[in-house]
Design a protein around this ligand. Structure first.
Ligand code: HEM
Length: 507
């Protein structure tokens, strides 16, 4: 009896201690000097609700707790970075420790996206892919060989917008996807809807959903990945299977296309065809190439077109800016031809407009990292394995950096005291900075230049009422402006004729 009582006391005491430890653990975080923020379940339940926009949620926490804040639950620490200075200090200057991605069970493991560069950890596989990217599109000079093709695709897309402005978003998406598919796989998209453009769009939407922080419980409790798919509540496993099938197509279909074109002797020069044609091609190199080319295709088919679509919104909302850029184009280029890359150095206002666009609209509002080892910053402890959320969106709207940041004002980048160029933030940081920077920026610039030379973009009028669209960024790690209406008309019959003029790929 006595020993039973003792055992009972012992069990009660141990349970009490465990509950206390758990409470302490979830309430205070594992280390007391984590950056300030929210801890434990209650902290998470009280997170500000901001319409599903995680960048606004992080902004709110950084406002409450400082530019380096934290959120901890069950031993997982999320570090929230809200200033460009801290991002530079940690992610750029200590990049050895800050170049992995957080573990992503739903997207990286169950859906198979872990072999795509965006989700891969900083390892040999990743480095091999970055190297392949750098050789193909890693500088302005490597990208210059694609200028004529970009001009061709942009002209093609302007014609589609002219004929069918109601499907603006689809035409813009097709423009950027066509450019990247030419480079990655030598694939020429067909007129009208193209299956590979649609496939990339579907895959990117799924990627964004599957990798959205906190959307799937399996990312918080990884062992859930072992539960059978047929169990109630295992819907995420069935969904992951669907995502994996789409990813399989994204990787295999264009790769097999290049192989069949090579076999038939009809392959256009491309990133894939060049490597596949090597005498010393190994299975390992082919696998690397297949995934690197799919990464290029997937990466180039989303962010740039998100900015391209936002350009039309910016012009609809800011006619003063549009007119000023058109005046510059008319005086430098004239009205007898459309602008080309050769005009770029003579068009400073247009350059500033594109820079402002990259600040104003953020297609990747947050980026994520995870730490390899313990670190310390300004006296705060950042444990190994922390998830680091970098709020790109907030940095580009930081009043300490940009005057009246909500205004669309290209002039902020001109004159003797220009404000900081957003390029060091909007394309990400350190060893994971966007490898599509040169091709993305160039094709975006040309689209803006030619659209401004050819079109007047304005608010549309329905039943006598002028419709003012809203800036409404929606999405998760990949974000877009919500669909909006605007009016797109040729600036003159001469401008229309220029858009419709035959354009050959060879000069
Ligand atoms: C204007 C257009 C673009 C913007 C604003 C943009 C922005 C970004 C950002 C913010 C990141 C995250 C970087 C980080 O984690 O620090 C990223 C990554 C990436 N981008 Fe872009 N991007 C653009 C165009 C492109 C294009 C055209 C391609 C493809 C050719 C591309 C391919 C990638 C890839 C593969 C990654 C993953 C890099 C990694 O994880 O190491 N992007 N981009």
């Amino acid at each position: 009896m006595v020993s039973t009582l003792t055992s009972l006391h012992l069990i009660t005491a141990c349970s009490g201690a465990l509950v206390f430890c758990f409470w302490l653990y979830t309430r205070r975080g594992w280390r007391p000097n984590l950056p300030p923020g929210v801890c434990g379940l209650q902290g998470f339940l009280n997170l500000p609700s901001v319409d599903g926009k995680i960048w606004l949620q992080i902004l709110e926490l950084n406002r409450q707790h400082g530019d380096l804040a934290s959120a901890s639950l069950l031993g997982t620490h999320v570090i929230l970075i809200g200033s460009a200075k801290i991002a530079e200090d940690l992610i750029e200057k200590r990049s050895v420790n800050y170049s992995d991605r957080p573990r992503s069970v739903m997207c990286g493991e169950l859906s198979g996206w872990g072999k795509i560069m965006l989700l891969s950890n900083y390892n040999d596989w990743f480095r091999a892919h970055r190297k392949l990217f750098a050789q193909e599109i890693g500088s302005n000079s490597t990208v210059a060989k694609f200028h004529r093709m970009i001009e061709f695709e942009t002209r093609r897309s302007l014609r589609c917008i002219l004929d069918d402005p109601a499907r603006l978003q689809a035409h813009v998406r097709k423009n950027f996807t066509s450019i990247i598919l030419r480079i990655s796989h030598g694939y020429v998209t067909q007129e009208g809807d193209d299956p590979l453009v649609e496939l990339a769009h579907t895959a990117n939407s799924q990627l964004s959903m599957a990798s959205a922080p906190g959307l799937y419980y399996v990312d918080i409790i990884p062992f859930l990945k072992y539960i059978p798919s047929w169990l109630p509540g295992a819907g995420f496993k069935r969904r992951a299977k669907e995502y994996a099938a789409v990813l399989h197509d994204l990787v295999e279909i264009p790769h097999n296309y290049v192989k069949s074109q090579l076999a038939a002797g009809t392959a256009l020069p491309s990133f894939s065809s060049r490597i596949l044609g090597k005498q010393d091609l190994t299975e390992e190199l082919e696998d690397n190439l297949k995934w690197a080319a799919a990464t290029m295709y997937q990466g180039g088919a989303d962010t740039a077109n998100s900015v391209g679509y936002a350009f039309y919104l910016a012009m609809t909302l800011h006619p003063r800016v549009m007119k000023k850029a058109q005046e510059e184009l008319d005086s430098v280029v004239g009205v007898r031809r459309l602008p080309t890359f050769a005009d770029r150095p003579s068009l400073p206002y247009l350059d500033a407009l594109v820079t402002e666009l990259l600040r104003w609209h953020t297609p990747a509002p947050i980026t994520m990292r995870s730490t390899r080892v313990d670190d310390e910053y300004n006296g705060y402890f950042i444990p190994a394995g922390s998830y680091i959320f970098v709020n790109i969106w907030a940095m580009l709207r930081d009043e300490r950096t940009y005057t009246n940041p909500l205004e669309f004002r290209p002039e902020r980048f001109l004159g003797d005291n220009p404000e900081p160029h957003p390029g060091s933030v909007c394309f990400g940081f350190g060893r994971r900075r966007c490898p599509g920077y040169f091709i993305g920026h160039s094709s975006l610039w040309l689209m803006c230049a030619q659209a401004l030379a050819a079109f007047d973009i304005s608010k549309c009028v329905e039943n006598g009422v002028e419709i003012t669209p809203e800036f409404n960024l929606v999405g998760e790690i990949l974000a877009h402006q919500a669909p909006f209406k605007c009016s797109i008309k040729p600036r003159s019959s001469q401008a229309e004729a220029l858009v419709r003029q035959e354009f050959s790929l060879s000069e």
